[in-house]
Design a protein around this ligand. Sequence first.
Ligand code: ADP
Ligand code: MG
Length: 477
Amino acid sequence: MKKRHIDVWDNCLSVIKDNVHSQSYKTWFEPIKPIKLENNVLTIQVPSQFFYEWLEEHYISLLKKTVKKELGVEGRLEYSIIMDNYDAGTPYAIKFPTSNKKDTKNPLVSMPLDLNKGTSKDIPNPFIIPGLKKIKVESQLVESYSFDNFVEGDCNRLARSAGYAVAENPGKTAFNPLLIFSGTGLGKTHLAHAIGLQVKNNYPDKTVLYIQTEQFISQFIQSARNNNQNDFVHFYQMIDVLIIDDIQFLASKDKTQDVFFHIFNHLHQNNKQLIITSDKPPVELKGLEPRLLSRFKWGLSADLQVPDLETRIAILKRKLYNDGIEIPQEVIEYLAYNITTNVREMEGALISLVAQSSLNKKAITIDLARQMIDKFVKNTTREISIDYIQKVVCDFFGLPVEQINTKTRKREIVQARQLAMYFSKKHTKSSLATIGLHCGNKDHATVLHACKTVSNLIETDKQFEGYVNEINKKIQH
Ligand code: ADP
Ligand code: MG
């Protein structure tokens, strides 16, 4: 029979109430909140470290009796301590990591309490909890970023299998640290989480922590401000598997690099696993100390490449399957064909497509996909317009851009206008007529003439050629 934690705790309280002074009851028991009851372990939340120690000192036997009465001899009690108003001096006052955005739960640290303390050690007692006072750390892992959901392809085979090997034997393979690098949106964060999740599966007792480098930096700054850097370092030094994402953000943060260096060394010496991701290969990580970079080379650096078409299709299908959505194969292929460089963007397009179709009650068709992609692709590759070209040309010569559209025949304006026409022909898909219309209301023959003139000048005038090249660079920037 499963008892609910609130009922169990209420029953305990009614016994306790009869056994302590009413003032004590108010002070020490009313503030306690039951949190959960799992596997015969009742977890109660207490407001502070001091509170926990007081209970342990003064009420341990009473608590033990009542919990046993409720849960039987197998029953146990665990404390979860809210660390909000902690005092920097106390041994458990370690507040890292701060809760992440998705999950603002407060009990950052919880620790099992040995209810056996102070009782005879001869009698085997179910209250002895293995891993006494080991601090539980919120791993900050995202369940959906699992190995199952990480589609394998040529693009990621090495990194994926190295990651898998690490998860089977954290700290014991040659891949320590494991450094995963790639351009943005290609799966570094996903793979890093997958390794962490798999370690937790294989070794539930290992302390795994995923942390973004930016979070790490701000924690460190905070700890310096509060004068408890030692707590910060100690916290990280007790992690078994440390995953630190986007290490490139450590560039030029000398003090944080220094502290990371010490944490790294400590963990590595103790055969703890480090997993690091970066948006560049180690050699290109500018602003990182050489001693740190050389440590990264101790293990394995593995990159993630852009997935090929087949893998992109498989990734989309996996995502649809997870979300329980069906869309026609041809639409999936269309997306995978057209969004080639970035998995995140491809997933973004898919999500928008599904959202669009459900909002407007339209079927998901190739046409809808096409409209969507047009928007996406336009957003990602900036389109060069005639207006933009005119602006770049006029800025280059220090002319006001309106002059191009006047009838003036001043030599420098005429030349700017001709250049604008020439570049518009080169960089836009507009017809000669359209270009003429936008450049001083001229006809297509004028545009053609302008293009020829510019081409001739490029061949005969070195200085002019230099100008054209410079403007061209600016336009394509
Ligand atoms: P990065 O950290 O390299 O910028 P992410 O790990 O955030 O990239 O990946 C971006 C998105 O693409 C995530 O939603 C992730 O799940 C997905 N993704 C990337 N690679 C794969 C893959 N091989 N299989 C499945 N999903 C992937
Ligand atoms: Mg990432």
